[in-house]
Design a protein around this ligand. Sequence first.
Ligand SMILES: [Ca+2]
Ligand SMILES: [Ca+2]
Length: 431
Amino acid sequence: MKLPKGGAFLLLCAGVSSTVLANGGPVDFSNTVGSGNVIYRSYRGGELVSENLLITPGFKYVDVEATYILHDTGGGTRTGYAFPVDLALSASAGMDHSILVDEEVPRFEITLDGRLLEYQIRQGFNTDTFLNSYGSEQNFHRLFFTTTFEIQPSDTVELVVSYSVKARFSDFETTKNYFPGFENRYFRYLLDPAGYWGDGTVEQLEIRFDFSELIANGGRTVSLPEGGRWIEETQYVISRNHFNMASAAPLEVSYDVSIWGNSRNLLGQSDDPEECTVTASSYLSSSGNSTYSPDNLIDRDLSRAWAEDVPGYGGEWIELQMDRPMTVGFVGIICGYTKSQSVYTSNGRPRTVTVEIYGEDDVYTETVILEDIPWVEVEKGILSPLVQPIYNSGTGIITDRVRLHFDDAYPGDTCEDLCVSELFVAGWRWE
Ligand SMILES: [Ca+2]
Ligand SMILES: [Ca+2]
């Protein structure tokens, strides 16, 4: 069996020492604020007929695809083209920021009528400042992705710029919580550089934010540009005709990924899972296709639960034994038989739970009274709103054995079977 440790959490910690864990500090700092379009060079002989902008915010990166239709009215030209990307950097004067590109802009592509264009990355300069999470000012430094292309007289071409850029955020460890603090992600996109085409206007502009992945993972938008409309609850679309790009304000978006981040940590993404076994004081024998053994506690499947098998409630326990010790920072459960609303309410849910964490010298004990959370259907992968913490510490306890005692229950409507769908024991190993 696999121990459900937080593999993603281990990745987040990879760059910091245990000292940082104890004192609090950033574990992940993003340097990039995306921005776009053509800058600094008027081209009066060409007009921007349309721009379609698709922005897909993700957990750490934002995918952008900008499609421009350009029409030549001035006898054709060979023109330079530059796409700016702003990096938010601290204490980096004199640094060659282009070395950050692989991390900050891992994908970048420009095509003209479907043909890939080569590009160069050029160092820019400070463009602006912002207040970071520490309350101090940082600078934006600009990189340019540049290329050249030709437009034949009276021709119309399609230029597509597609890239992935890191959103700006700082996630933090704290000393009192296993989970990092997931700060809102922020993304900014400049529209005004496209005002250098023709008379500075675009006939048709459509900006679409695709939040489907964010929302499916329990995320939510925090702030959006004004003047758009929601389509199908996941797409935020802004449409404009005869729009003046030259004086357009930047698009700014921020969004909350905390549920997404906590679920990622709980579900773990390590490819090196540890061995463990889960046992229980008793469990119901299977009936039909349904089983109730303690294995169901770590299968990450809400349709299967452990159920005890003694009269009444209270006095039952479950225990997780690891093959080798780790520092456990979090113990939590998803209460009840969560397969459906009817079996959830007909069976018992734990109320008073005592955790015992067997340390090297003594046993840590804590008793908590859990909420009786109403049943909800959740998407696979966003379990974190259902998980009730029983032990949650940023320093943790070195252990190889964790036991939970169930002292009483919120009774089921028809059965006296106490059920737990999932057990999470998560933490760190430092070697
Ligand atoms: Ca389960
Ligand atoms: Ca019972």
